[in-house]
Design a protein around this ligand. Structure first.
Ligand SMILES: NC(=O)c1ccc[n+]([C@@H]2O[C@H](COP(=O)([O-])OP(=O)(O)OC[C@H]3O[C@@H](n4cnc5c(N)ncnc54)[C@H](O)[C@@H]3O)[C@@H](O)[C@H]2O)c1
Length: 371
């Protein structure tokens, strides 16, 4: 029988609910791992999550680091704590799967990768949405030439800021987050999965508001000083020749343009929100009178956050590379930091790193059809 990994969560805030729910409710995840402990610097938060999801053990992070029965740690702390928690997790003899960004600097990610090598453990990093049914369907459609050779991509992340729905939103406006380190990984993971590594970038960016006002209780009316640019427009040159544009913003009240649109020599493909795990993939080709959705016959249909954890455990068992890898996280973070440097230098810059295009994760027999 397959070993089911014991997993400890560190960071019991907002997103921990999704990981805990999926680990309980998605049967395929249950075959690979179960959450046995939840921890936080604020023990009451860990206690609340443990009670909500029936987790047997909760407490300060040490209860996870020091538990030799735990095989893997999911790091759901705030971005500026990721590096320290990831390194501690590895040094405590566990694999680690971290929320993005893996660390907020290139040096930080390299330190994590070196520690993993030294400790003989794996590092995975969110987002894992690029493994979702629609994003894998889009990847397969490209491989099967449904829209011909890709020419370009337009991506748009139109958000108006987390202060409109959550009171504890300070970290989104501090160094280490902002629309780039917080949201761009969703879009870049998908684009790298579709087209391969990014070779060069140019960006313009601005901080539209010096302060943001929290709109919800219990901190309604409180101001947050903004440390980072909140509206960023970039162009990207991919290794395979595709040219992309990417508008990523915390300043936009609404938009009608698609989140990701791919232009091929024979047609166009529209993808759903890369921050989600579902939604239609629409294609329109030469002579088509209308857009048509594609049937999504892929392995991970119906899954949510946690696919990356399952894929990493599967890969450990099969002694293969996992898909939401530290190398992918390094390249994507490098692209994001290079965009910032390009904006400051007012010139196009080369991205120093590269990465292999992640393999598709669909079953061999999956055909692609019109819905
Ligand atoms: N909230 C979302 O919708 C969402 C979605 C996807 C990804 N994420 C990512 O998940 C991560 C967490 O986001 P969140 O919204 O849950 O944040 P949050 O602020 O709600 O929760 C973070 C928790 O981490 C704890 N923490 C901070 N430093 C710690 C440390 N060193 N050790 C242990 N606990 C520590 C905090 O006390 C807090 O409870 C972020 O990287 C974020 O980008 C969030």
């Amino acid at each position: 029988m397959r070993k089911v990994y014991n997993v400890g969560i560190i960071g019991s805030g907002d997103i921990s609910a999704q990981y805990l729910r999926n680990a309980k409710e998605v049967g395929a995840f249950r075959d690979y791992y179960k959450i046995v402990a939840v921890a936080d610097l604020v023990v009451e938060k860990a206690k609340a999550r443990a009670e909500e999801f029936g987790v047997p053990k909760y407490g300060l992070p040490e209860i996870v680091y020091d538990d030799s029965g735990i095989d893997l740690i999911i790091n759901l702390t705030v971005p500026n704590a990721h590096e320290e928690v990831n390194i501690k997790a590895l040094e405590s003899g566990k694999h680690v799967y971290s929320e993005k960004p893996l660390a907020t600097s290139r040096e930080g990610i390299k330190r994590i990768m070196e520690t993993a090598k030294r400790c003989g453990k794996r590092v995975g990093c969110a987002p894992d949405t690029f493994m979702s049914a629609p994003m894998q369907t889009a990847k397969k459609a490209l491989e099967e030439d449904w829209i011909g050779k890709p020419i370009g991509v337009n991506a748009l992340c139109p958000m108006r800021g987390n202060e409109f729905w959550r009171a504890d939103c300070d970290f989104f406006y501090k160094k280490g987050a902002g629309p780039m380190l917080d949201m761009a990984p969703y879009y870049l993971n998908v684009m790298v999965s579709l087209f391969g590594a990014v070779e060069n970038v140019y960006s313009m960016q601005k901080k539209t508001f010096e302060q943001r006002t929290i709109k919800v209780a219990p901190r309604r009316g409180e101001k947050i000083d903004v440390e980072i640019p909140t509206h960023v427009c970039s162009t990207l040159g991919f290794k395979n020749g595709v040219i992309g544009t990417f508008t990523n913003s915390f300043d936009i009240f609404g938009a009608t343009a698609p989140k990701i649109e791919v232009y091929g020599e024979k047609g166009t493909m529209v993808l759903p929100d890369p921050n989600c795990f579902d939604g239609p993939v629409m294609i329109r080709r030469y002579r088509d009178k209308e857009w048509r959705p594609m049937i999504q016959f892929v392995e991970y249909e119906g899954f949510g956050r946690g696919i990356g954890v399952m894929d990493m455990i599967k890969a450990i068992e099969q002694d293969k590379a996992h898909k939401a890898s530290a190398e992918l996280a390094y390249h994507v973070t490098d692209v994001i930091l290079t965009m910032d440097e390009a904006a400051q230098a007012k010139q196009e810059l080369k991205v120093a790193s590269t990465v292999a295009q992640p393999e598709g994760c669909y079953m061999d027999q999956d055909p692609i059809f019109w819905a």
